[in-house]
Design a protein around this ligand. Structure first.
Ligand code: 5GP
Length: 111
């Protein structure tokens, strides 16, 4: 079954898009944990970080460049988190690879 992110990518579900190109989409998180909380999502349906193969790496490079651009655009360049949760025990809830770009507030080691 398609995840919510597949449905957003396909335009079947609405989302606040902040970036899109052929391979990558970025949307505002529906339940932000900080003033800036963006999800950067490769359009290819990769389940999680652990499922990335060597042939996917060019897409991951793109994701990193998009993260840098959005950090500049949203004025959080001086400090932000860029992370992915891999697996249920790490807190992953949507099983389509995505990276959280989080910033705009002071953060501690885990929170
Ligand atoms: P995970 O828990 O898998 O690392 O991250 C999933 C993230 O997706 C969560 O932060 C959650 O708030 C966000 N999310 C879940 N459903 C939707 C949705 O329909 N739209 C948007 N924009 N974000 C969503």
């Amino acid at each position: 079954m398609d995840t919510v992110f597949d449905q957003i990518i396909q335009g079947k579900l609405p989302a606040e898009k902040v970036y899109e190109d052929k391979n990558v989409i970025a949307i505002k998180d529906i339940a932000p944990k900080a003033p800036v909380h963006i999800l950067i999502i490769p359009k290819k349906p990769i389940k999680d970080l652990q499922s990335i193969t060597k042939e996917d790496l060019p897409i991951i490079e793109e994701v990193i460049l998009v993260a840098q651009k959005l950090a500049r655009d949203f004025n959080i360049e001086e400090g932000y988190r860029f992370l992915t949760n891999n697996g249920i025990s790490a807190g992953q809830s949507v099983f389509h690879l995505h990276f959280h770009l989080i910033g705009g507030r002071k953060m501690g080691i885990l929170g």
